[in-house]
Design a protein around this ligand. Structure first.
Ligand SMILES: Nc1nc2c(ncn2[C@@H]2O[C@H](COP(=O)(O)OP(=O)(O)O)[C@@H](O)[C@H]2O)c(=O)[nH]1
Ligand SMILES: [Mg+2]
Length: 350
């Protein structure tokens, strides 16, 4: 899973990127544009996996990972006003967007205007998508005139997309557009799920109209990237102490990863063994045979069955053997829909 961090200069993208990935890249470089995108990995926190690690004590406990791409806001050079190729080529392939919005006053960028900033950047994304749809439709019309056969469904969907974009609305709320295989290849920016990250000063909050933002753009999370970056540079014990002292139950980093999991309809299943306990990421509603394929294509091809125990049943039983004795380890076939937290042992032929 790949998440693109976008937002205007000074919004706190790189600060948040550092907090999420544990890196320590320079932040606040006004005027000095970041070269290329910063790319980093964050592991997905999961207490269930930690528990399994405690039980099995294998040499490796492998968390699922998420990739973050911190992309500076860049326009094309010269007179052009459109988003630049660099931005587009780095952001087109991501699965979801995290739109960081500055809600604190900044010496170089002035007062905070969260809603204004969101609308302005969303407007840029809408324009980029509009240009793609328009160009494609023009091409289709050109081909039609030359007597070439026309892909009617694709054309109709593109026209629908164009009319939404014309109203200056993003595509992500139109299920027809988002779910259509015909449009997938276009990688429309506004068709991607998006979380709005309201980046606030810890001690000086500004008024933000969250209802409006959620209705027009997407779900909001309020964080302080600066504080979160400071926390990411501390030891685990120091972080624990901080959380206890300030009554914080969850770090923003964990909140963001959890929210992106939900947004993308993702769940985890686990594999256990002497050498390794590991979490795997799949979409909700994935059948067992496809989940096997996430581990290895041979497992999918030679799938026989899946031995499955839910995490809760495992904990109640105390061990795998006990779960088996109590009849909690089920034998499931190819079409079994894998549930979040399933512990699975795949049987397969090679
Ligand atoms: N007060 C405050 N400042 C922040 C916060 N997050 C980032 N900053 C500051 O804002 C400036 C720009 O941050 P940076 O991450 O480089 O923004 P980017 O241009 O979007 O990558 C830096 O000076 C940060 O220290 C925050 O939550 N509160
Ligand atoms: Mg930056």
């Amino acid at each position: 899973m790949k998440l693109g961090i976008i937002g205007f200069p000074g919004a706190g993208k790189t600060t948040l990127f550092n907090a999420l990935t544990g890196q320590n890249l320079a932040v606040g470089m006004v005027g000095e544009r970041q070269k290329g995108a910063n790319i980093g990995i964050a592991s997905v926190p999961d207490e269930r996996l930690d528990y399994l690690g405690e039980v099995y004590k294998p040499p490796r406990v492998v968390h699922a990972t998420v990739q973050f791409v911190d992309q500076a806001f860049v326009r094309e050079g010269g007179k052009k006003k459109e988003l630049g190729e660099e931005f587009l080529s780095n952001i087109r392939p991501v699965d979801a967007l995290m739109h960081v919005v500055r809600c604190f006053e900044h010496p170089a960028y002035g007062e905070a205007d969260p809603l204004g900033d969101i609308e302005a950047l969303e407007g840029e994304l809408i324009l980029a998508d509009y240009l793609v749809a328009e160009k494609r439709l023009e091409r289709m019309e050109h081909e039609r005139k030359k007597g070439k056969p026309c892909r009617a469904v694709e054309k109709e969907l593109l026209e629908k997309a164009l009319s939404i974009l014309e109203e200056e609305k993003p595509l992500r709320f139109s299920q027809d557009v988002v779910n259509s295989p015909e449009l997938r290849g276009y990688s429309f920016l506004t068709a991607k799920p998006m979380i709005v990250i309201l980046n606030e000063d810890e001690d000086r909050k500004v008024e933000v109209d969250i209802d409006t933002i959620e209705r027009r753009h997407g779900p909001c999370l309020r964080i302080s990237a600066k504080l979160e970056m400071e926390l990411s540079q501390l030891s685990a014990d120091e972080v624990k102490e901080f959380m206890e002292d300030f009554g914080v139950s969850e770090l923003a980093r964990d909140k963001i990863i959890r929210a992106s999991y939900e947004l993308l309809n993702l769940i985890s299943f686990f594999t256990i063994g002497k050498d390794e306990v590991k979490a795997w990421t799949i979409k909700k509603e994935t059948p067992a045979v496809k989940a096997a394929g996430v581990i290895h294509s041979d497992m999918e091809k030679g799938f026989i069955r899946a031995e499955v125990v839910s995490f809760e049943d495992f904990v109640e039983s105390g061990s795998y053997q006990n779960a088996q004795k109590r009849g909690k380890v089920r034998l499931e076939g190819k079409t079994y829909v894998v549930q979040d937290g399933d512990i699975i042992n795949f049987r397969f032929n090679v």
